[in-house]
Design a protein around this ligand. Structure first.
Ligand code: 13P
Length: 294
């Protein structure tokens, strides 16, 4: 089933679990993600960033492929533009057939972030797509030090932001970061802030930087109100490690078999992550009929 993120994230919000949003740049990753969702009976979100689209996974090729694969399974699958920065990328994703877009104007000041997000949310809603936005700023893991609390999301400001922009879900900054953390570093998450954000906003919240954040942190983040967890680095790492091992064991391995090795390793990782964040077995839900903006 090819859907927007809206109903699945409201269901996760109402039932206190989270859905994975996994970056994908090719057919093997799309197959690994959708097969994992089907086998786990879980909703899933497939993400791709503008950078990944330009470098390899072109949206005009991936969108119809993912839509076709999603329509063959019974679980809900959304395809979301991750970190859309400008209107050019966002309208291109809309044209390609994405079911959801993220507008990331988190590096602008509050007013400009509101202005840009309002525009994209109204465009997305007019086309039946969901819209994610970010307030506060989730940085890069290689620079992580848990000291940049001034970039964390402020709950009162977030309330104003959500009311003004009508975004469907909000990515919040509470201590995670994108990419690989320095060796041995486990981020310290601000759970008090997350609890307050959930109480204040009463809607689906998103955690970026779901790789290497530690299982205990992830479980607790879900318990405190996170409903969508973005994962990229760890998925790519599992594929790379499995590929390297297969090549070491058999340097003459057929290329197609190598692709399948990577796909199977990614599936194993995705399925275990789905169990940790509680989306397994929760795919069968009704359309969310609660408050909506559009
Ligand atoms: P990681 O690469 O740290 O998993 O972050 C992914 C992400 O947040 C994409 O938006």
């Amino acid at each position: 089933m090819y859907v927007s993120m809206k109903d699945m994230l409201w269901h996760a919000h109402k039932n206190n679990y989270a859905v994975m949003a996994i970056n994908c740049v090719n057919m093997e990753q799309a197959k690994a993600i959708i097969q994992s969702a089907e086998e786990e009976k879980s909703a899933v979100i497939i993400n791709i960033s503008p950078r990944q689209m330009k470098a390899h996974g072109h949206g005009d090729i991936l969108a119809p492929m993912i839509k076709g694969m999603a329509e063959k399974v019974s679980v809900p699958v959304a395809f979301n533009l991750d970190h859309g920065a400008d209107l050019e990328d966002i309208t291109a994703a809309m044209k390609y057939g994405f079911s959801s877009v993220m507008i990331d104007s988190s590096s602008y000041d509050f007013e400009e972030n509101v202005r840009r997000t309002q525009l994209v949310a109204s465009l997305a809603h007019g086309m039946g797509l969901s819209c994610e936005a970010e307030l506060g700023h989730v940085g890069m893991a290689k620079e992580a030090d848990n000291e940049k609390v001034d970039l964390y999301t402020d709950p009162q400001q977030a309330k104003e932001f959500v009311e003004q922009t009508e975004c469907d879900c909000l990515a919040v900054a509470i201590g995670t970061a994108h990419g690989s953390y320095p060796k041995g570093f486990v981020p310290k998450l601000d759970f008090d802030r997350l609890k307050l954000l959930k109480e204040t906003l009463q809607r689906p919240l998103v955690l970026h930087g779901g790789s290497g954040a530690g299982e205990e942190n992830i479980r607790k983040a879900v318990a405190y109100g996170i409903n969508k967890i973005n994962v990229c680095t760890d998925l790519f790492k599992h594929a790379r490690i499995a590929t390297a091992k297969a090549l070491e064991e058999n340097p003459e391995i057929d290329y197609m078999d190598l692709c399948i090795v990577a796909q199977d390793a990614m599936k194993e990782f995705i399925k275990s992550y789905m169990r940790v964040i509680g989306s397994s077995g929760r795919y069968d839900f009704d359309k969310y009929e609660g408050p909506e903006f559009d």
